[in-house]
Write a protein that binds this ligand. Structure first.
Ligand code: MG
Length: 361
């Protein structure tokens, strides 16, 4: 355990949060090796920058401090797991960055990381299956995955987007592992959602009432839910980038890239302002832009959407425009660990429909 204890609670009651998130340090939180790049000792200068003996500046990846602070404020237990040969340098970086308060558990010493993780489990009481781990070295990913920890190989600078994708993957993994007799090892959302689909169906969805089956009338229930999230995405695009007509290749999760492609700086500023206003309007429904946009995209990709034949469109307009039915369909189909977040997206869709039709794109 580190020299100072962070103030976060030891467990979370929110099923959307992993119980503990662990990070490697070098090339995961910052772009250098603590034991080979700086000439120690490090120092914190008055300009707020951390420099070594040769006056070289050392800093974390952009944005890392922000999401660590957010996680800490949400009550997530955080751990540092490093096998650096220079623990004092790593610890000085953490101290000068004012990150000591974030990490309740700090295992920073050479050796195989399984030792570090056994110590964290003993100190925290958190089971391996409830941990997330980020590391840029495959040997560590391989060793720690074998313990049952959900591990993510960091191939690009650590970011909030990667963190949210990992959390979604872990949620779906836990769901499927709890409902199937398959492997307990980590898996990605693509294979997990396939497990949960109608094709292999270890996550058996609940039966619908005869009345609801009549409304569904043979339509693929997964595609109906994918269609709802597609309708949500289209409305977000309409609100944020009303001048754009073609959204191929884009989803809400990467709407920033679409905005960045606009030639006009005025348009880019207007669209970014629209996005910020929309996110603020959706926040009271529990909408977290990074998390829910990743979830929406993942579900659409896995469940698909309804076919766009004329008969389908007629069926949609005559039968499916029924909010209580759609809510019951979601509750009967979506795995329990994802349900509350899919309902957040559904509530956001209804808000954007403003009493009008849901299926209109
Ligand atoms: Mg590393």
């Amino acid at each position: 355990m580190g020299e100072e204890s962070a103030g976060a609670p030891t467990s979370s009651t929110d099923p959307r949060k992993p119980s503990l998130i662990a990070f490697d340090m070098d090339y995961t939180l910052w772009p250098f090796h603590a034991d080979t790049n700086p000439y120690p000792p490090l120092r914190l200068d008055k300009d707020g920058k951390i420099r070594d003996r040769m006056n070289a500046v050392f800093a974390p990846y952009p944005g890392v401090g922000d999401f660590l602070e957010e996680l800490h404020e949400q009550g997530t237990n955080l751990a540092l797991v490093s096998r650096t040969e220079a623990p004092p340098v790593g610890k000085d970086m953490i101290r000068y960055l004012n990150w000591t308060r974030f990490f309740k558990y700090q295992e920073i010493y050479p050796g195989k990381k399984t030792t570090h993780f056994h110590k964290i489990r003993k100190d925290s009481g958190v089971e391996f299956k409830d941990m997330l781990f980020f590391d840029d070295e495959y040997r560590n990913i391989r060793d720690i995955s074998a313990l049952g920890v959900t591990c993510f190989y960091v191939e690009e600078p650590m970011s909030r987007s990667l963190l949210n994708k990992a959390k979604i993957d872990q949620l779906t993994t836990l769901c499927c592992n709890s409902q199937s007799t398959g492997s307990n090892g980590p898996c990605k959302i693509t294979e997990t959602a396939t497990k949960c689909s109608k094709k292999s169906n270890p996550c058996e969805p609940a039966k619908l009432s005869a009345f609801d089956e009549l409304i569904l009338d043979g339509l693929d229930r997964y595609a109906v839910i994918g269609e709802l999230l597609f309708q949500f995405e289209r409305r977000v695009f309409t609100c944020v980038v009303p001048k754009c007509q073609r959204f191929y290749g884009y989803a809400v999760r990467n709407i920033d890239q679409l905005i960045a492609r606009e030639d006009s700086g005025l348009d880019r500023a207007e669209f970014r302002c629209n996005l910020s206003k929309l996110n603020n309007k959706l926040r009271p429904f529990g909408y977290l832009p990074y998390f829910h946009s990743e979830l929406s995209c993942a579900i659409i990709n896995e469940y698909g959407v309804l076919a766009r034949s004329a008969s389908e469109i007629r069926a949609m307009s005559t039968r499916l425009e029924n909010t209580p039915f759609l809510r019951r369909l979601i509750c009967a189909t979506i795995p329990s660990n994802l349900l509350s977040d899919v309902l957040v997206l559904f509530d956001c869709l209804l808000y954007l429909c403003d009493g009008g039709k849901v299926f209109c794109y």
